[in-house]
Design a protein around this ligand. Sequence first.
Ligand code: A3P
Length: 299
Amino acid sequence: MEIPDMSSVSKYQSLFDFEGISMTHYLTDNWEKVKNFQARPDDILIATYPKAGTTWVSYTLDLLYFGNDAPERQTSQPIYMRVPFLESYIQGIPSGTELADNLPTSPRLIKTHLPVQLVPKSFWEQNSRIVYVARNAKDNAVSYFHFDRMNMGEPEPGDWNTFLQTFIEGNRVFGSWYDHVNGWWEKKQTYSNLLYMFFEDMVEDTGREVARLCSFLGLSTSAEQKEKITKGVQFDAMKQNKMTNYSTLPVMDFKISPFMRKGKVGDWKSHFTVAQNEQFDEVYKQKMKNATVKFRTEI
Ligand code: A3P
């Protein structure tokens, strides 16, 4: 596969308010097309707050649907081409809407980080299936910090404490983690074609979560196939796999931090100071006081 030319991406992007959400221009420049995107009834939308396990679930779904298809798909097409990032509009690779419009597969697997209220309305009209993945706020923040350090398409993170304060304020790309996970959780109560998954559950028992996905999607994947997929999507396998580890995307500098970094639950403990943890817990209690969704910060 050809390595995309992303040399025109300047170092670190600025944030601005877009419909009440912090965004960068790479995610809003194509807004008319995103907003008017034509979903299909068999589309599967993979929705997450950034760094909650998007790639993990994307690859799992790709294997469930297309793992037995032409081997070139698995060996020459990076995951970001197989599962287009809907709102992305960045030099060097086709826009998310263009990639999605041209996907030859059925179903189409499409990724988004949009908060629920900004999802193009055709997904709701078509009653497309949606898999939402959420990750506990502390690990999500740590993973996001390292991602913003190494990805030149992201805003500058500053040091860990600076980053953490902006995360708490909802001032990172795609806005507030709290609003995102709660908004999607509420949607689940009225939209039955939505499966709400947790990163922590995937780490705890990947096989069980693969089976949950199959049952939500109505797939009759054999036990043997499920086992094979469960092995194929383990952290080490995906880290070694050039098609899933993002090593083909030059906008990321793996010398700073790899995309497949640790893949753990509880890594926040090696980042949060006692004071940061106390502050975080206090804010969390406030912001989540009406929330019914529950997260695990350790397993
Ligand atoms: P860490 O930075 O904590 O390692 P996204 O795909 O939404 O950007 O999420 C990336 C995070 O998911 C990274 O977290 C990455 O390591 C983790 N991840 C990706 N694939 C994984 C897997 N197979 N097992 C465990 N974690 C995985």
